[in-house]
Design a protein around this ligand. Structure first.
Ligand SMILES: [Zn+2]
Length: 146
């Protein structure tokens, strides 16, 4: 039995820091000179980290899941609210502009003036909306990072 085989049983204890001082030092000294065991322990560590991070959602359980889940309907309804608001405003604006443009009893100068104001308001609305969408998307990414 070579040194590597003797130590292989100690490696997982070494990772878990469950070894006695003597065993720990034995592994430590051996690891310094043995690339093969270094590789083994690196792989074990990677595997453990992968397992640990795959279990993370369950570890969130104490209140955190509740918070995330409670937060979702708020985000979703806010999104739906914006969709309805945009659809409504665009419909009203479109109808209003059309009604206004086809009305015979309004001076062309007034039409152009009011049209310009309306167009300005619409542009402002679109720019506010754009900001809102950008921050909404950034919020979503923030949530994903959990
Ligand atoms: Zn070794």
């Amino acid at each position: 039995m070579n040194a590597c085989e003797q130590l292989s049983d100690l490696l997982s204890g070494y990772l878990d820091e469950e070894l006695t001082q003597g065993d720990y030092q034995k592994v430590d000294v051996h690891l310094r000179d043995c690339p093969a065991c270094q590789k083994t322990i690196d792989e074990m560590r990677l595997f453990r980290n992968a397992v640990a991070s795959s279990q993370k959602p369950e570890k969130l359980a104490d209140g955190q899941w509740e918070k995330i889940v409670n937060d979702l309907p708020g985000k979703a309804s806010a999104g739906t609210g914006w969709v309805f608001l945009i659809a409504g405003v665009l419909t009203l604006a479109g109808l209003g502009i059309w009604e206004f443009a086809v009305a015979d009893d309004i001076l062309i100068g007034v039409k152009i003036g009011v049209g310009a104001v309306g167009f300005g308001v619409l542009l402002l609305f679109v720019s506010v909306l754009r900001q809102r969408l950008i921050s909404w998307r950034t919020d979503k990414y923030k949530d994903v990072k959990y």
